[in-house]
Design a protein. Structure first.
Length: 115
């Protein structure tokens, strides 16, 4: 096995580490940096991704990373209310209000009737 073979093995290992890094980063929304770090740094990169990377939202109460779509913090059971309009049912159109009260309307109509 010449130096080309060694390079090939190293490349394959880097590729495998990149894939592993992708899967390590995936649950933390860090697939791409995970893959990159795994590919470039190998097991060290995977370790960095596993320990340092977490791009999920954090619980406002206890700072535990929260998975997408979760409504309750798994650690402290705080209910998580997303501020970015994740609940479309909340946005109800305001009930249309009459611009004039009934008496004002009558007075107005009376003016037209008796100029
Ligand atoms: Zn919490």
């Amino acid at each position: 096995m010449g130096s080309d073979g060694v390079l090939f093995v190293i490349f394959c290992l880097a590729l495998v580490c990149g894939i592993v890094g992708w899967f390590v980063g995936a649950p933390k929304k860090a697939e791409k940096p995970g893959m990159l770090l795994g590919f470039l740094l190998g097991p060290i990169g995977i370790l960095i991704v596993a320990v340092a990377f977490d791009q999920r939202e954090k619980c406002p109460a206890c700072k535990t990373p929260i998975n997408d779509g979760a409504t309750i913090c798994p650690a402290c059971k705080t209910s998580l209310k997303m501020s970015d309009g994740g609940n479309p049912a909340k946005k109800q159109p305001a009930t249309p209000k009459m611009p004039l009260s009934e008496n004002e309307l009558k007075a107005l109509l009376g003016k037209f009737k008796n100029p």
